[in-house]
Design a protein around this ligand. Structure first.
Ligand code: F6R
Length: 613
C-alpha cells in the first residue's frame, strides 16, 4: 500500500529518493516524506497534500542541505492515523537519530506504545509505525548495532511490515526487513538501494534481489548482507528484471490508464505467446506442476480481489465448460475466514496482477495449510504470490501503473482460459480439433481488441452526451455478467459515479425498482445464445425510462431498434468476448472520468497494491 525507498552511498541521494517516490505514488499517496541521514544529523521533510504530496515534498526539499549520501523516503496510504504531516513517514525516535519508514500494519502497536510510554518515550504521531523507532532506540541504547537492534525489535512486533531504518549514530547503513509486505534490494557500484517495488529503483540499480519473510538486510555503500530473525546469514535470491525505464513511463499518452488500455492487444498476445509444444500440448514453461498433478485435480477454487476476481469469474465458465471440473470462485478476503473445505484433488488458483495483494496471499496460505495445491496467476515475476504458490503462470501484461486495472484483466482471462484448455486437453473433455479451434480463437483476440480500440471515438461521442448522468447499471448474462461487474468497477473507481454490475436475470429480483428516467443501463449483449433473453432485459429497463447503451457485435441487426447507443465489437466465441467487450467499457469509464475532470491514474481513496487486510 505504502511505497518505500532507501539509498546508501549515493552522490545524489535526494534526487534518487524523490524520483523513486514519484514512481511509487501509485501505491499510496495521501502523504510523503524523506529523511536524509549523516553522522549525528537527520534532516527530515514531510507533506500531506493527497495526490500532490510528492510534488509538495519536492518543493519542501528545495532547501535541503547537501552532503547526505544516504536516506529513506516514503509515500503513505493512511491506515493508523489520519493522512496528516505528523503521521507521514519517516518517523523518528525520541533522540531524533533513528528514522524509520514502514509499509504494512503493526498489529500489537497499542500495547507496545503503552509499554514504551511507561518507560518515558514521547510519541509524536498516532501511527503504528512509530513504536518500532522507539523499540530500536532502546535496543541501540543497550549496545546493539543497528542490525541487531532491528532484529530484536522485530521479535516484539506482530503484523505485516516492510521497513527501512537508519540511525545517525551509525550512518551510511540502512537496515531493512520484511514480513508479508514486499521488499527488494538493489545494487550498483558503490550504491545500495531498498524499495517496496522495482520501478522505484529501476534505471539506477543494476541488480535486484528479493527479500523473503522474516529476513533482515544490512545495506552499506559496499553492498548488503542478510540474516534471519535468529541472526543466521541468509542469501537473497537475485531477480531477473528485464524492464527498462521506458516501460514505466507514459510513452506519449496523457496518462498511464490510456496507455495501458492501448497496450491490451500486446498484453494478450504476449500472454499467449509460446504456449504450444510441437506436439500440440499447451505448455506453461514456468508452471512447476506436473501433468499428472493436473490430471488429479477434482475441483478448482479461484481466489482473487477486485478486477482479478472478475477475471476469475470468467475462468469459472471456461474451466467448467471445457474441462467439466466443478469450479468455485471466492473473494480472497472471505475465503480464509469461512473454514473452507479442501478435499484431496482441490486445486486453488490465486489470481493477482501485483502478486502482492495481502488478501489473496493469505487465502492461498490458508489453502496450502489445508493441503491444497496452489497455482498463482501473477503479472509480476517473483512476486510474493508467485513465490509462495506451488506453481505459477505469468501474465505478461507488463508493468501496470494506473490504479484502475485494465491490461492485467485481459491478460488474466487469456492465461486462465489457456489453463482451462490445458485441463481439457489432459482430461480429454475436448477433442484435439476443438482445442485447435479454441486456441485459434484465443489468438484472434488481440486483433479484435485492436479493432475496438480503433473505435474509441464512438465511445467518446457517447460519453460526451452522458456527462450529467449519475447512476449506472451494468448487466450481462453468462460471461457477460463478469464483464458487467468489471465495467461497473471501472466506472465507479475512476468517475466516482454510482455504478453496479448485475447478472441481467437478477434485475427483476430487486434492482429494477431503481430504474427510472436518468438512469443509464449498459447491457453486454454479445452472446448469441443469450441474445433473446438480454434483449428482454433491455426492454424491461427501457419501459421504465432508462437510457440504454448496448455493447453489441458487428453482426447484430436488432440492437439499434432497442438501445439508445450501441458500441460495436467484433464477434468471437462467447468465451473470449470478455476480453473484447470490456474494452468499450474501459474506454467509456475513461472518457467520462476525463470529461468530469477526474485524475484517472490516481483515483481518490484507492491504492494500486493493497497490502493490508
Ligand atoms: C481495480 C483494481 C483492483 C485490483 C485488486 C486486486 O481496477 O485495480 O480492484 O484488481 O486490488 O489487485 P491484484 O490483482 O494486484 O491482486
Amino acid at each position: 500500500m505504502c511505497g518505500i525507498i532507501g539509498v546508501v552511498g549515493s552522490t545524489d541521494t535526494l534526487a534518487t529518493l524523490l524520483q523513486g517516490l514519484q514512481r511509487l505514488e501509485y501505491r499510496g499517496y495521501d502523504s510523503a516524506g524523506v529523511a536524509l541521514v549523516r553522522a549525528g544529523h537527520t534532516w527530515r521533510a514531510r507533506t500531506a497534500e493527497g495526490t500532490e504530496s510528492v510534488a509538495a515534498l519536492r518543493r519542501e526539499c528545495a532547501d535541503a542541505p547537501e552532503g547526505y549520501r544516504s536516506g529513506i523516503g516514503h509515500t503513505r496510504w493512511a491506515t493508523h492515523g489520519a493522512p496528516e504531516a505528523e503521521n507521514a513517514h519517516p518517523h523518528l525516535d525520541c533522540s531524533g537519530h533513528v528514522a524509520i519508514i514502514h509499509n504494512g500494519i503493526i498489529e500489537n502497536h497499542t500495547e507496545l506504545r503503552e509499554e514504551l510510554r511507561e518507560r518515558g518515550h514521547v510519541f509524536t504521531s498516532v501511527t503504528d509505525t512509530e513504536v518500532v523507532a522507539h523499540l530500536v532506540e532502546e535496543l541501540r541504547a543497550s549496545g546493539f548495532d543497528l542490525l541487531d537492534a532491528v532484529r530484536h525489535a522485530l521479535a516484539r512486533v506482530r503484523g505485516a511490515f516492510a521497513i527501512a531504518v537508519m540511525d545517525a549514530t551509525e550512518p551510511d547503513v540502512i537496515v531493512a526487513a520484511r514480513r508479508i509486505s514486499p521488499l527488494v534490494v538493489g545494487t550498483s557500484p558503490g550504491v545500495t538501494y531498498v524499495a517496496s517495488d522495482v520501478p522505484a529503483i529501476l534505471g539506477r540499480s543494476t541488480a535486484f534481489y528479493a527479500v523473503n519473510d522474516d529476513e533482515i538486510v544490512r545495506l552499506g555503500p559496499e553492498g548488503f548482507r542478510a540474516v534471519d530473525l535468529e541472526g543466521a546469514p541468509v542469501r537473497l535470491r537475485q531477480l531477473q528484471i528485464d524492464w527498462d525505464l521506458e516501460t514505466a513511463e507514459k510513452g506519449g499518452f496523457d496518462d498511464f490508464m490510456s496507455k495501458e488500455i492501448a497496450e491490451q492487444p500486446a498484453a494478450v498476445r504476449a500472454t499467449l505467446l509460446d504456449r504450444r509444444h510441437r506436439d500440440g500440448a499447451i505448455v506453461f514453461d514456468e508452471l512447476r506442476i506436473s501433468d499428472q498433478e493436473l490430471l488429479d485435480v477434482q475441483r478448482v477454487v479461484l481466489v482473487a480481489c477486485g478486477t482479478s476476481l472478475h477475471a476469475a469469474h470468467v475462468a469459472k465458465y471456461a474451466i467448467e465448460r471445457w474441462s467439466r471440473l466443478s469450479v468455485e470462485v471466492d473473494i480472497a478476503s472471505e475465503y480464509r475466514y469461512r473454514d473452507p473445505i479442501v478435499e484431496i484433488g482441490t486445486l486453488v488458483i490465486g489470481v493477482s496482477q501485483s502478486g502482492e495483494t495481502i488478501d489473496t496471499i493469505q487465502a492461498i496460505r490458508e489453502a496450502q495449510r489445508r493441503g491444497a495445491r496452489v497455482v498463482a496467476i501473477s503479472n509480476i515475476v517473483d512476486s510474493s504470490l508467485a513465490r509462495e504458490a506451488d506453481a505459477v503462470i505469468y501474465t505478461r501484461a507488463g508493468l501496470e501503473v494506473s490504479v484502475a486495472s485494465t491490461k492485467a484483466f485481459v491478460a488474466q482471462v487469456a492465461a486462465l482460459e489457456l489453463l482451462a484448455l490445458r485441463l481439457a486437453q489432459l482430461r480429454k473433455t475436448l477433442t484435439p480439433e476443438e482445442i485447435e479451434r479454441y486456441v485459434a480463437g484465443l489468438n484472434e483476440v488481440p486483433d479484435h481488441v485492436a479493432t475496438v480500440l480503433d473505435r474509441r471515438d464512438d465511445v467518446d461521442a457517447v460519453a460526451r452526451q452522458l456527462l450529467d448522468a449519475r447512476d449506472y447499471f451494468f448487466i450481462g448474462r453468462h460471461v457477460g455478467y463478469p464483464t458487467a461487474l468489471e465495467g461497473a468497477l471501472k466506472l465507479k473507481e475512476i468517475t466516482y459515479l454510482h455504478a453496479e454490475g448485475y447478472a441481467a436475470g437478477e434485475l427483476k429480483h430487486g434492482p429494477l425498482a431503481l430504474i427510472e428516467p436518468g438512469v443509464i443501463v449498459v447491457a453486454v449483449t454479445t452472446d448469441p445464445l443469450m441474445h433473446e433473453k438480454i434483449l428482454s432485459n433491455v426492454a424491461e429497463v427501457k419501459a421504465r425510462g432508462a437510457t440504454v447503451i448496448a455493447v453489441a457485435t458487428d453482426e447484430d441487426g436488432r440492437i439499434d431498434a432497442v438501445a439508445d447507443f450501441v458500441l460495436r465489437v467484433p464477434a468471437s466465441d462467447p468465451m473470449f468476448s470478455p476480453m473484447i467487450d470490456i474494452v468499450p467499457l474501459q474506454l467509456l469509464a475513461y472518457s467520462l472520468a476525463r470529461g468530469l475532470g477526474r485524475n484517472v491514474d490516481r483515483p481518490r481513496n484507492l491504492a494500486k497494491t493493497v497490502t493490508v487486510e
